[in-house]
Ligand binder design. Sequence first.
Ligand code: UP5
Ligand code: MG
Length: 198
Amino acid sequence: SAEQKFEVLFILGGPGAGKGTLCRYITEKYGYVHLSAGDLLREERMKPNSKYGELIEKFIKNGKIVPVAITCSLLDNNMQASDSPHKRFLIDGFPRNQDNVDGWNETMSEKCIVKGVLFCECSKEMCTQRCLKRGAAGSGRSDDNEEVLVKRHETYITNTLPLIEYFEKQGLIYKVNSMQSPEKVFEDTKEILSKIGW
Ligand code: UP5
Ligand code: MG
């Protein structure tokens, strides 16, 4: 029998929009696998023998987007290693620019089908507040400070927002208002998941 393709939902939205939080709610209820590209990059950076550790840190501290070959191989490895019976993945915070999309299409589109793109809409002000609060509470993230947040936002506006239009043309965009309580964001998301057949 033909091998089952992995099913993917991309979760996009500004820095601090609530992508990770929402994915945790979805995973808890549905059991789908949550892969945060940012978390995977931070984890790779911490490995003592990583070839890419320094490079990753440099990009993250500048709010810049890591070359797609690195990010995609982390995603790929983690998808292959997953023993999830669903083969359904929440890919959080990726793709972030056209280079990411091109790299994904070249290396992953054979194995994966993108079911949709969940777009967490949140104002820049609220995104920033959330990240600063998290930083003050001791997140330990080297990018949860005002200086790097300005850069993260610039990168988001210039590189990631245009992708929303790109995916919109393919009929893949599902918008969710993430300026509500986490519970309400999740409630709204459940309807979207049912629309895509999840
Ligand atoms: N919070 C969440 N939801 C809330 C709600 N509804 N109401 C009130 N508070 C809410 O949430 C952020 C904070 O807000 C938390 O304290 C949370 O409790 C609260 P979170 O769920 O973490 O939001 P998220 O959107 O995941 O924020 P995050 O900071 O993770 O987003 P970024 O997109 O900035 O970070 P990411 O980890 O994806 O990327 C970091 C960096 O890695 C990038 O800048 C880039 O340099 C690099 N990167 C790449 O180069 N390539 C990639 O593909 C991915 C990352
Ligand atoms: Mg996150």
